[in-house]
Design a binder for this molecule. Structure first.
Ligand code: ATP
Ligand code: MG
Length: 758
């Protein structure tokens, strides 16, 4: 590395330079969105490397999402102008912790070849634990147990760390015992879940001070981005690494923004930021105030929204980028229309020469993505989903990975049971039950139990031949794995196991695409030298990264968008109960709502030039239509920074889809057409807010529906009466969508169900 200091310091402001150049001792950079915290952090790494203070592998740099970690490496690469192979401790908390755990797995009773299981497997395993304990499975779900266990792991607590009363959190006092059983099963499977990665690291450091000291010495410089979102486990982990017991002051630089703390629900503690100065006395606190990312209206809107939160540290933000487009606000009929208008906007931007990858749609909840995915497929707009491990969640991908995991780790029973009869090998349910009973009785893996059943002659006929053949293949693949690269190995395993043929012979309509996905999986494996490396990548990254990132619109959750920026940002679904989420509104106190508001702040501040917010009057939730109200966050946008785009009567839906209970929708759409802040709309929203006091949204919907007249059809020329607009004459009718010339308010498009014959 050979770069002059000036080249990378150029363009940084005073405070940023200070953050870069204060390499020794603890540093806390506390500043609002887009002020160049990450830029300063990456420049700091570049500076440490360029000034030869440390080798790339002596730097620990962690952040939260894979995309952010990748961008961090890219930014450093640009600054120092080189390949950064050596930055092997730069990544997400999870990936770094997984690396450390691989090296010292035995200390916590795992083999280095352990599997990292995903949420889906975690829930399945929890379900098995509940089943084995003979609990009422309707009352105590696998998902519920997994959530409680995650909560403990987020606090860095193993079963023996927990005070007895914590057991009450699940199954009437059995919580801790179930947690212990779950951990034991993971050990037998030679597996770890995501939460374990850090918890096991912590145990390793506590049990083996030499190991802790080794890493403490190794990481001469430590950096953490998005520090406001660290949970207790991450905090403990960092402390163990930073304070090696040698009394030396660590060179630890953390960067954060209390207004962007959005993982409280996962146990993140914004207090970690506040505690930093106490933990590391003499820490230098650096504040940045100039926002370089967004135009003035975007920054003003974001600041106005977040200003509604109490108990903020408070920060001033300013920008030099005066002028710029106002926030665009659009009310639409339903989710489908929202997707359609956004797709049209995207195409219009593209026509103007904007690259697709400069646009992103940020949703509150992943279920909102479907409408966009469908619309993009229809319009042929290439898109990329981030954070939703779409590709790796598919059935065929999961099956194929189960084969590979089993090859790496024969004791991986979750994988074994997933594929033992896929394709069908002639094992009946009885044999499989017997297999798991024997495995449990002998405390062995399913594969070993299969072997035992062969030896004791318990298997007969077809099952016997099938088991012999399967175990023999498995053995052969394991030998191959020693000398074959992951891609050809994967291809071989899928061929020889009959799995590829299973889909080739399938009449399933999606079989061809499934076969393509299997090919894609082999392609993905070819980027790795070892099977282990590939499987880790899959477990941790689980993100589809295609080569053509440039030509695709981004689709992701607000949570996944943290730290990123895009010239154009779409923020759909700003409706009560979606955003803020129903869960946050049901909670007592303000904490949940304030976290949602921080999420709104994160969303708006991702935009550089254009921020477009929308809300629909109707939403289909679990297949049922519900009327929706604009989010309170819409209200909090400063009026003078907003441009309302909705056109009157822009419904564009068929009569069939028009729910009878859309009184609010009607109001909303009509009011949006004039100004969104009119009293009628506000009333409608207030009315809707009260609804939150009523636990059931369906209840309200029914109430409204019962007071609304049923669908009636009117003909051209007929005289009608509308509650709000008075008397009028039907000019045109299309299903139950009518155009009426009202005597007093003129031409309007209205829904038949709000009219009665005059
Ligand atoms: P967030 O809180 O959203 O993570 P951040 O504080 O990390 O934001 P960055 O992503 O580092 O902010 O920077 C935001 C944008 O401003 C980037 O495009 C970055 O290149 C640019 N930027 C940062 N500092 C400067 C500077 N001194 N001069 C010009 N541009 C800058
Ligand atoms: Mg950042």
């Amino acid at each position: 590395i050979d770069v002059s200091e000036e080249s990378y310091l150029e363009g940084l402001n005073e405070a940023q330079r200070e953050a870069v150049l204060t390499t020794e001792g603890p540093v806390l950079m506390l500043a609002g969105a887009g002020t160049g915290k990450t830029k300063a952090l990456t420049t700091r790494i570049a500076h440490i490397l360029a000034s030869q203070r440390a080798k790339p592998w002596e730097i620990l740099a962690v952040t939260f999402t894979n995309k952010a970690a990748r961008e961090m490496k890219e930014r450093i690469g640009k600054l120092v102008g080189g390949e950064l192979e050596g930055l092997r401790w730069t990544g997400t908390f999870h990936s770094v912790a997984a690396n450390i755990l691989r090296r010292h797995a035995e200390i916590v009773g795992l083999k280095p070849s352990f599997t990292i299981i995903d949420t889906d497997d975690q829930i399945r395993l929890c379900k098995q634990v509940i089943e084995a304990a003979g609990l009422d499975e309707k009352r105590w779900t696998g998902r519920g147990l997994a959530a409680v266990i995650d909560g403990w792991k987020n606090k860095g607590q193993t079963p023996s760390d927990l005070p007895p009363h914590e057991a009450d959190l699940f199954a009437d006092g059995k919580g801790i015992a179930l947690y212990r059983e779950y951990q034991e099963r993971l050990m037998t499977l030679n597996a770890a879940d995501f939460g374990d990665l850090l918890v096991h690291n912590i145990s390793i450091f506590r049990r083996e001070p030499e190991v802790q000291a080794e890493y403490h010495r190794r990481f001469r410089y430590m950096l953490v981005d998005e520090y406001q979102d660290t949970n207790v486990a991450q905090y403990l982990w960092l402390r163990l690494l930073a304070k090696g017991g040698d009394g030396e002051v660590p060179n630890l630089c953390v960067v954060g923004d209390d207004d962007q703390s959005i993982y409280g629900w996962r146990g993140a503690e914004v207090e970690n930021i506040l505690r930093f100065e106490k933990d590391f006395p003499g820490a230098k606190v650096i504040r940045l105030e100039q926002n370089y990312r967004s135009t003035a209206p975007i920054l003003a809107a974001a600041s106005a929204v977040i200003d509604n939160n109490q108990g903020r540290l408070g920060k001033t933000l300013f920008t030099d980028q005066d002028g710029g487009e106002l926030i665009k606000l659009r009310g639409v009929w339903d989710g489908e229309e929202e997707a359609r208008t956004i797709a049209e906007d995207i195409e219009a931007e593209q026509m103007k020469g904007r690259s697709l990858s400069h646009m992103a749609i940020l949703v509150r909840a992943s279920f909102q993505m479907r409408a966009f995915e469908e619309r993009f497929n229809t319009n042929g707009i290439p898109y990329q989903v981030v954070g939703g491990p779409r590709f790796y969640e598919r059935e065929e991908t999961r099956d194929a990975l189960a084969y590979l995991r089993l090859v790496r780790n024969v004791a991986d029973d979750l994988s074994f049971s997933r594929i033992i009869n896929k394709p069908r090998r002639g094992f009946g349910d009885k044999t499989l039950t017997q297999l798991s009973v024997i495995a449990r009785q002998n405390g062995m893996s399913l594969a070993a139990a299969g072997q035992l059943m062969l030896e004791t002659n318990e298997l007969k006929g077809k099952a016997k031949t099938a088991m012999m053949a399967f175990l023999a293949s498995l053995e052969r693949w394991r030998e191959e794995a020693e000398k074959t690269a992951p891609a050809p190995l994967a291809e071989m395993v899928l061929e020889e196991s009959g799995y590829t043929d299973y889909w080739k012979n399938s009449k399933n309509v999606s079989a061809p695409s499934k076969l393509e996905n299997l090919k894609e999986l082999v392609n993905a494996a070819s980027e790795f030298e070892t099977l282990e490396g590939y499987l880790d990548h899959v477990s941790l990254v689980a993100e589809r990264t295609s080569d053509s990132e440039d030509g695709q619109v981004w689709l992701m959750t607000l949570h996944a968008a943290k730290g990123l920026e895009f010239p154009v940002v779409f923020l759909p679904g700003w409706e009560e109960e979606i955003f803020p989420s129903k869960r946050s509104l049901d909670e007592s106190g303000n904490a949940g709502l304030e976290e949602e508001r921080r999420l709104a702040y994160v969303g708006i501040t991702r935009a550089r030039e254009s921020c477009r917010i929308s809300f629909a009057a109707n939403r289909q939730v679990y297949g049922r239509w519900q009327n929706a109200l604009p989010s309170r966050f819409v209200d909090e946008l400063p009026e003078d920074q907003v441009d309302v785009l909705s056109e009157p009567g822009l419904y564009g839906v068929s009569a069939k889809e028009m729910p009878a209970q859309s009184r609010f929708a009607d109001l909303v759409l009509e009011e949006t057409s004039s100004r969104y802040e009119t009293p009628g709309w506000k009333r409608a929203r207030q009315h809707g807010r009260k609804r939150n006091a009523d636990p059931s949204i369906e209840g309200t919907a029914r109430l409204v529906a019962s007071s609304a007249p049923g669908d009636e059809t009117f003909c051209k020329g007929e005289r009608v009466s509308h509650k709000k607009f008075g008397l009028g004459t039907v000019m045109r009718s299309e299903g139950n969508k009518l155009e009426v010339e009202f005597d007093e308010v003129g031409n309007k498009k209205v829904i038949a169900s709000f009219l009665s014959a005059a």
